[in-house]
Design a binder for this molecule. Structure first.
Ligand SMILES: [Zn+2]
Length: 293
């Protein structure tokens, strides 16, 4: 055997003894390689599709989740809006009902309305419940003789405590209940119709009105730092104690000139109503008259 023959023999022997080369031709080998590539492509393709699908689902779910959250938020906002709206309507209804029932006519009513044309039914009307205003935080410049209706006094006591806390000052009451005779005396001394009601027509006759500090002129109140501070406090807070500043919009509306010192007790809901709607007692009266037409 020469060398070539030996090599041939070895090759043959090798093929016979290695099973995976047994009977495999070149063509078959290429076929298997292509088959593997195809299987790999299919596997990779399937993996890619499944993965993309999962990603897509995840994004979709996230989208849905976000939509649900924003929908919930919108629902909540709408619900709150509706609640506010309902409350507003309810309050308005309550007020309208209240306005309808407010007694502006009876002399003893806490909401008796008077102006230069509307007077008390009885010339000599005197409130039954008059008491002095004496109290730690209230100064009566008439030596403890000032009298007001008891219901006003009790509310004013509370107001005075808060006023003292805010300003470190007591409230000075310079005017109070004034009966027919007293009012007539004031008018006879020449007080003008712009600032003094005629006898029988004054809010002071109700025992539900007081003047504080200085019953002089608005100019005085504007120029005096203390008075200005007091007025601002009263304007912001007095309604909480059921007081209203009756004369603040001048003659055309209130029948009298502006009187920052004149505060009228009108009881709960009316004081709130006037404050919330930024209207005076006279405007309220006209509104009610309009409503009742
Ligand atoms: Zn007054």
């Amino acid at each position: 055997m020469n060398k070539k023959e030996v090599q041939k023999e070895v090759k043959k022997d090798y093929k016979e003894n290695n099973w995976y080369f047994k009977n495999i031709s070149k063509k078959q080998l290429i076929f298997f390689i292509i088959l593997y590539i195809i299987i790999f492509i299919i596997w990779f393709g399937a993996w890619f599709i499944i993965k993309s699908n999962m990603e897509y689902k995840k994004i979709e779910q996230e989208k849905i989740r976000k939509e649900q959250i924003s929908k919930k938020k919108i629902d909540k906002i709408n619900e709150e809006k509706k609640k506010i709206e309902d409350e507003k309507i309810k309050k308005e209804e309550e007020y309208l009902n209240y306005i309808k029932n407010v007694d502006l006519k009876t002399d003893s009513s806490l909401t008796k309305y008077v102006n230069n044309k509307i007077h008390y039914n009885k010339l000599w009307f005197v409130p039954t419940d008059l008491v002095p205003v004496e109290w730690k935080y209230i100064i009566d410049w008439k030596w403890w003789s000032i009298k007001v209706q008891k219901i006003l006094k009790e509310s004013l006591d509370n107001l005075a405590v808060d006023f003292f806390e805010a300003t470190d000052n007591n409230i000075v009451v310079v005017s109070w209940y004034r009966g027919y005779k007293y009012q007539k005396w004031i008018k006879d001394r020449g007080c003008s119709d712009i600032f003094c009601a005629k006898a029988w027509y004054s809010e002071h006759q109700s025992g539900l009105a007081i003047d504080i500090y200085s019953a002089s002129s608005k100019r005085n109140w504007v120029n005096d730092n203390n008075l200005r501070e007091y007025y601002i406090w009263f304007d912001k807070n007095a309604y909480k104690y059921w007081f209203t500043n009756t004369y603040k919009k001048w003659i055309e509306i209130d029948w009298y000139g502006e009187e920052p010192w004149h505060w009228r007790y009108v009881w709960t809901k009316l004081a709130n109503y006037l404050q919330e709607n930024k209207i005076t007692f006279a405007e309220f009266y006209n509104k009610k008259i309009e409503k009742n037409k």
